[in-house]
Design a protein around this ligand. Structure first.
Ligand SMILES: [Mg+2]
Length: 389
């Protein structure tokens, strides 16, 4: 069971403006567009401004009508990113795994740290106090067994609170809440839910998953899972500069498309083995081609994160076929994976075929780890027929 924190800075832009100018404390402060321009929306507003009915994304014109005495500011983006970096630096002192979700939001994985930090709730309180004391920024923290519940908790805790939903209590915690607390429920979805007389989270969980998915489709299933307290535990790793790649330079420049694709297939299998050994999945596949006159081209495609050879090779071979000019012989071919996240087996829920493939890949990975890479070879699904073996 994971222990995930979602830390969200309270009225962040306003809080920074108040550090820069203390006279803004206690007043309705609105950051975003200026009313005299008549266009634009609220980026952030203080709780004092919210009492007038203001909220973020509201057109500034409308805001001005509701709150003509508010203090309207354009905002100081440079300062916002500066303070955001300071917050991250402070959090990095404690959090083993951290993922910044936006300028004022951080997910942290504190799983297994109870011996180091003691009670997670008390620790979160201390963390919150330290950020307030050292950086003068108020924040709220949600703690839960997955990212979704942690995010809902931090919202629930606002302002300047901490909420911890114990593992196993997720469903009970969410049941009486309005459906719009669930991240991803936008205006359109909310309208549809209301038209089905679904107002509270428990109205969703009372409906069997299959039935709910029939009406609301694929996104409905994800919503149903969230309503039941489930959610992603996956952290996008801060591995921007990391990559896994394999290349082959031919002794003699290669002209056979079949042979080049076979090479690409073998290289893909190798990078995927490394990927799975690390427990990661990739969301960007690139290929590199160098022709006989040393012209090098690279092509990349972003895909839904996966660790499956079949999908990765499928993507790579498509990129190759688009880039490849049959008339020119090839000197080097390479495959390159980037944009990693931790592999999350939960995604396969409700999908039997996916689960089976996942098990198979796991088996292949461990056999290769034990007996070497060539102990198992996959068939190349992209080829129509193999002449012989
Ligand atoms: Mg915030």
């Amino acid at each position: 069971m994971k222990t995930i924190f979602h830390l969200d800075l309270d009225t962040y832009f306003v809080s920074v403006e108040r550090i820069l100018d203390a006279s803004l404390n206690g007043k309705p402060v609105i950051v975003g567009a200026l009313p005299e321009y008549g266009r634009g929306v609220i980026a952030a507003c203080s709780y004092e401004a919210r009492e007038y009915g203001l909220h973020s994304a509201m057109p500034i014109k409308q805001a001005y009508k509701l709150c003509p005495n508010g203090i309207y500011l354009r905002g100081t983006m440079g300062e916002y990113s500066k303070y955001s970096k300071e917050v991250k630096k402070l959090l990095e002192k404690y959090a083993p795994v951290i993922q910044q979700a936006s300028i004022d939001e951080f997910y942290m994985d504190f799983t297994g740290t109870i011996k180091t930090y003691g009670s997670m709730f008390a620790f979160a309180k201390e963390l919150q106090a330290e950020i307030k004391e050292k950086l003068l920024l108020p924040c709220s923290i949600g703690i839960g067994s997955n990212k979704t519940i942690a995010k809902i908790c931090s919202d629930y805790a606002k302002p300047f609170g901490v909420t911890y939903v114990y593992p196993g209590m997720e469903k009970e915690f969410l049941a009486p809440m309005p459906v719009e607390v669930i991240p991803g429920v936008g205006r359109v979805m909310l309208k549809t839910l209301h038209s089905h007389k679904i107002y509270k989270v428990e109205d969703i969980t009372k409906i069997p998953a299959e039935e709910f998915a029939l009406v609301f489709g694929k996104s409905g299933l994800s919503l149903w899972n969230k309503a039941n307290g489930k959610g992603s535990e996956k952290f996008t790793l801060d591995t921007k500069r990391l990559s896994i790649s394999k290349e082959r330079t031919y002794g003699k420049d290669e002209v056979s498309q079949d042979k080049i694709e076979k090479t690409l297939f073998d290289l893909t299998a190798k990078v995927c083995q490394i990927l799975r050994d690390k427990g990661w999945e990739t969301a960007t596949v690139s290929i590199k081609l160098r022709d006989t006159s040393f012209v090098t081209i690279t092509r990349a495609k972003t895909i839904k994160a996966t660790n499956d050879d079949k999908i990765i090779f499928g993507t790579a071979v498509k990129l190759f076929r688009r880039a490849y000019n049959k008339k020119v012989s090839i000197r080097l071919i390479g495959i390159h994976l980037t944009k990693f996240s931790e592999f999350n087996p939960q995604e396969g829920l409700f999908n039997r075929e996916h689960d089976d493939r996942e098990k198979m890949l796991k088996a292949v990975t461990s056999i290769r780890d034990k007996f070497g890479f060539s102990a198992i070879k996959f068939g190349d699904g992209s080829k129509k027929k193999k002449k012989n073996n």
